[in-house]
Write a protein that binds this ligand. Structure first.
Ligand code: SF4
Length: 241
């Protein structure tokens, strides 16, 4: 033994052993998933309803139910069929919009109901690109174009779709309701219950089912078949009746 110590064999062996143990611990730590998978089907929070009061210099949006978070997207469609949106704070259930409030982003569509791309308007330093949201929503009301509010940040956010391990089979689908709001539909048949979509949705549009206080009409159950909308359905959803 003294011979081995003297020759440095034993310290070398112990060092090698330590390296192997540390490598094993490191491997196990790396193997632990960052997001815990839940094994339950996701639920989709219903769209929040609101009443819009239009004044000369102030628009008040009064939410019927408390929002999932204290910020919400108010949108209006412009004369080119684009959804112009602003993200606003909610104070005591009310959102206020005043002249000069700059829109945050604008969504361009290609027919029938497919998003082409979007533009972040706040990042522009060109004053001509500053879009006055008060003007856009007031014009939308006067021209009977759609306006409203939504919690989902699609297409600026696509987190739920990016993490879904089976997104290619269309489990998560983004639709536009007749009022022009984006909302996700989750086709539960085929959903692997990874729990990833509601883990990454920061605005609580897709949520753990335990957070759903009541059964939502139209929220599918696992036994419901996948019903992909026809082109006609999409046109109706996109343009309204
Ligand atoms: S993660 Fe949430 S906010 Fe983002 S696209 Fe999905 S549902 Fe919408």
């Amino acid at each position: 033994m003294e011979f081995l110590v003297a020759k440095g064999v034993l310290p070398g062996f112990i060092g090698l052993l330590l390296v192997l143990v540390m490598s094993g611990i490191f491997y196990i730590c790396q193997a632990v998933p960052v997001i815990k998978t839940e094994g339950v089907y996701p639920a989709v929070r219903p769209l929040t309803e609101a009443h819009f009061d239009f004044g000369q210099d102030l628009i008040e949006v009064k939410l019927v139910d408390p929002p999932s978070i204290n910020r919400i997207v108010v949108f209006a469609y412009d004369g080119n069929g684009r959804q112009v949106a602003i993200i606003k704070p909610v104070t005591k259930g009310i959102v206020t919009i005043v002249p000069g409030d700059a829109a945050d982003y604008r969504v361009n569509f290609k027919e029938p109901a497919t998003v082409k791309d979007y533009e972040i308007l706040r990042e522009s330093h060109d004053a001509k690109e500053r879009v006055d949201f008060f003007r856009i929503i007031t014009e939308a009301k006067g021209s009977l174009r759609r306006y409203g509010m939504q919690e989902c940040l699609y297409p600026v956010c696509t987190r739920c779709m990016e993490v879904c391990p089976v997104i290619k089979v269309g489990v998560i689908q983004m639709l536009v309701n007749p009022k022009g709001a984006f909302y996700p539909v989750i086709h539960l048949e085929g959903c692997p219950r990874s729990g990833l979509c509601f883990a990454v949705c920061k605005v609580d549009v897709i949520i753990h089912p335990s957070k759903m206080s009541k059964k939502i009409p139209g929220n599918p159950t696992p036994s419901d078949p996948i019903q992909m909308p026809t082109e006609e359905d999409l046109k109706t959803l996109f343009f309204g009746k």
